[in-house]
Design a protein around this ligand. Sequence first.
Ligand SMILES: [Zn+2]
Length: 866
Amino acid sequence: MRHQLKSPYFLALIFITFFACKSTKAPMEMPEVVIDEELLDTMVVTASPIVEEEEVVYELPGYQASATRKHDLLHTKLEIAFDWAKQHVLGKATLQLKPMFYATNTLELDAKVFDIHKIEMNGKSLTYDYDEQKLKINLDRTYTRDETYTVYIEYTAKPNEGPSGGSAAITSDKGLFFINPLKENKNKPQQIWTQGETENSSRWFPTIDKPNERCSQEIYVTVQEKFQTLSNGKLISSTSNPNGTRTDYWKQEKPHAPYLFMLGVGEYAVVKDTWNGKDLMYYVEKEYEDDAEKIFNHTPEMLEFFSDILGYSYPWDKYAQIVCRDYVSGAMENTGAVVFGEFVQKNSRELIDSNNDDIVAHELFHHWFGDLVTCESWSNLTLNEGFATYSEFLWREYKYGHENAERKRLQDMNGYLMSAQQGGTHDLIDFEYGDKEQMFDGHSYNKGGLVVHMLRSYVGDDAFFSGLKFYLEKHQYSDVEAHELRLAFEDVVGEDLNWFFNQWFFDEGHPILAIDNNIDAESKSVMFSVVQTQDPEEFLPIFQIPVEVAMYYPSGKVEYVEKWINQREQEFTIDIEGDEMPVVAVLDGKHDILAIIKESRTEQEYVDLFNLSNEFGDKNQALKNLKGTPSFSKILDKAINDDAKEIRSMVVSSLDPQEYKDKLINLVLNDESSAIRAMALKSVKDIETAKKVIKNEQSFRVIGEALNVIYKNDQDLALKEVNRLTKSYHKPLISKIAEIYANTGDEKYLGFFEKNINSVSLFGFFNYMKQYEKLIKSVEDVAKIVEVSNVLKKIALDQSNNYFKKYSSTNTIQKLISNVESRKKVGEENKEETDAINKLTEIMKEIVNTSTDERLRSSFQEYIQP
Ligand SMILES: [Zn+2]
């Protein structure tokens, strides 16, 4: 699973939800103490605490154990059909099981909010107890672990009913989702898709819904002929039925965890390819058919690359990727049937501004780490997510080079450090979480990936990939905990690794290092002092950190020396051989360590570091520290041509637009990165350049910036350009165009807003509504405002819309009431205004009284009619 962290709005949302509800460990129960303090001369004497007589309560610490396995679920066969109108799943499940170890005559299954019609064994019905969550079945006799038995269940699953919740990473736990089931929204396709992680597959079929369970599967799914289906495994057959429906039969023989079961239904273009004799399928909406391969960029090459470095070829039957509307997360690694949110679906022009490499790599890598070996409990989630996050680094390193990968590592580190600052830290393998959904955080993902990277740098590449191969082969098709990873590496490298796992997986926090070094030509040595300054109460007082110190020489030579940081305060000296002295030294020379590092340097050392090091981290540090200093000009020419766009972007943001006008214009017209072209244009604000750009540029991001510049200089020209742009594909520019149209105050543009309201992404919707409101408010005729409000009412009452859109539309109507109210003139009749207010209030009442959305009703409850 991968979150989608794109827009700042969403980032903020993630942080609020992630970290606000983050569990801090339960405070220890402390008896109240009374402390007496007396000031005697200059010495403070603190008396021993006097414990008041109070009964001490002894409690075991909270511990999230792995689920106990009473049965082994061997195989699941499902026959599934749908009632779109009721949003029900009509299911028949045939489950094969055997007792795990102890003989038993009962079976407990997860089955959330079902109607159970029939439970049978060998044609005879069984008795059961059901509490809407757990189904307790009395078997026909006692079974031992040598006996396999089969249970048959007919049921109706009602994923849209019953209690529901969710988390920041996975925003709903319904398990199965009907999109636009009643075709109320003509701009949205009808779809059904599932989201099993964490334990929500049991919203649509009965199972043992735990990550340490796994089984093979067959799914027969019956749909109308017009729909395509997708599930795990291979499509074995497709049979047309006399009633105009079709039954697709999907089968996967290799076992996987229930949370990885997937079912997708919709009208898709299915683009096919093959890799190594296996089918690759890209399910996209029909208008994206030609872009499908670019949307799921490099999939065959990634399959090849990951199979190769792991020494373990992609193990599953096929690899399909599908785009789903209103998806509740970023993407999900369902075995061989990966779901992506619609944000990945972009045409080739939009893909100029951002590709999908990271998320495609992440989900694919899960097919080894997550699907083939699965975390045995959510406490061990980082064994799935840490590796998947690290795959983004591996792919970039292979495809785009070390420096590009290093940018990703730094981003991940910043993400983790920010989350640690805001939400606190916990053990990476966290047995004390409050809710399993909280495990989907900056620890399991970012920190996990950073720790895997340190393991690699410590054992070396050969040992690292050999260790992973051994671990995968040893634990394939089973569940794992972190010790199994440790033992696999110990077996391969022949070295005790408890120190590494204890400090990084089973403890919390990170080192904070204050470093000083002195290059002394006289003694021909480099002296280092390193102090671990992390709070010893909060984190480990001493981390053990192997580093490779880098020393850069004026001739361009780089020398690495291995050192082991393992004291709270430590000094060491490196002797220099030969005549040349290094000019700058870096403790973590290869940038492998997860730590906050404060290394003091002179301005000249930063200049040397920038000029001599190829490490992104070094150049980044140097630039930050040189910005605004006289030495900045010494590195400017090199920096502005640096391969890393992050370096160039830092340069652009520090250039004075007047002084460096030509340099900036050159970047606008020639830089290979659209982000830099846009940034440079934003800085230089040159209208002639903007006019050139808007004619020739392909990137929507840069065109958007050009529109800004033109609008600020020449509003008529901007409007002309906008009118021209709206004649061809302009979806990525809708927000920008909305701003320009709103500023005209001309009601002839209301139609644009009405027409595009369904095309605006969820993230752009807030700004879009703000602009829409602005334009409506400038309309003089209040009757027209009522007309527009009827458009907004449709959005609010469309049940297939996201809550945020429904809320936003309703809220705008409410604001329009106040707006019309403010137009009333004292002492006048105000008949038109009063009339409009009455009509608008009626619209509000209609929304609140007919909406089936409980949250919407309660947000505007003052309009509920008595
Ligand atoms: Zn993931």
